[in-house]
Design a protein around this ligand. Sequence first.
Ligand code: SF4
Length: 460
Amino acid sequence: MIYEYMKHMENKQFFIKTFGCQMNQRDSEIMAQSLSRFGYVEGMDIKDADLIILNTCSIRAKAEQKVMSLLGYLRKTKEKRPDMKICVAGCVAQQEGKSIIDRMPHVDLIIGTQNIYQIGEYLLAAEDGKHRVVTQMEDNYQIPRFLPNIPFSADSADAEKAAFQFSRFVTIMQGCNNYCTYCVVPYTRGREVSRMAKDIVDEVTLLVQSGVKEITLLGQNVNSYGRTNEVCPDNSSYNFSKLLRQVSSIEGLERLRFTTSNPKDLTDELIACFKDVDNLCPQFHLPVQSGSDNVLKAMNRKYSIAQYLQQVEKLREYCPTIALSTDMIIGFPGETDEDFEATMELLEKVKFHGSFSFKYSDRPGTRSSEFDNKVDETIKSERLARFQSRQDEISLERNEEFVGQEKQIMVEAIYEDSVKGRTATHHIVHVKGQVNTKVGAMLKVKINFAGQHSLKAELI
Ligand code: SF4
């Protein structure tokens, strides 16, 4: 049956638009790889696609609004090309389910966060022209053993795609049990489940053997990997630090990263990895969300600023070159002027290399959306502007520390008169001039200029 379908689907093009985080990017790759089994090829243009997938994010209101406006735009496209299929996947799909089709009847398929691996089969079912909504979540969900169908060609004309061949994400867990009061993830991605260690190691090995040099291990809270289900039948104390060490020893892997971490689960064992795991990049994204203990309590984050600062100190003691970044929510319900000043104080103390900061916005279904002590929009905007402006100054100061230093960069794109690469600390570096190199190559450079968001360098 599937074989017949594959013949039928031959040469059909799909286009995936991904919203939100790296977890979603990886989910889009999984859907793309699944679809290739059904004869679909990835197209570069939404206008030529036979299948359009919007892989959505509901973590912020803005991303959700963008999905809805793109769906509105696609209504006309569907009128002109009724055979084209439209699929909404990801967190908005999980949360809104059938109500998306009620509002947007031109959508053919709604596919939830635990159902993406079977996208081909669900499309096959939707061939009869009827809508399909597949959003069931299982309590005892297990991440399927899923290995990528590679290799890929190393001479892609598209710079982003070419770099992607050398740097890949690997999912190690899904869902979250933490229930931070502002966050939809436990509802849209379900309970925390960790993938079997062997599946992860096999996937990384396969990727590295096919030429990948950099791996980022992905999960909503990687620090709690292996806590809720068995991940290694031979070792009941197997945890994220052990996984990190095992993956790091895969021959040929040059750079290893991970994201994201909740400080409440950060252990000394994991911090120690930054001291002695050679290919673990000296870069750590450790979301703090606020500088005030009162706000952290209201967010249900379960750590204090004193504990966070101790972790920062230890990380810098073990790895003095580490680049730290964070997430910050500004204007959480109940955030007073004093609370915000505590956030500014934390920024001065830690001097993060960079941060992602946002104004708090209510997300449907979250506990904080029902809090009645919301902060005025104008105040939120003023506080955010102040935070971001100071962060920009600090990022520049941090970047200036690199001037004069020699760094190794991995080449991500080659242009006529320059090369773009990335340091182990995740900084973008531009090297001027015609450079005889390849995407994925390692280059030794000397930093000679620092901007707020990138560095410039010369070849050594
Ligand atoms: S740790 Fe908190 S913010 Fe992160 S995914 Fe889980 S609930 Fe959301």
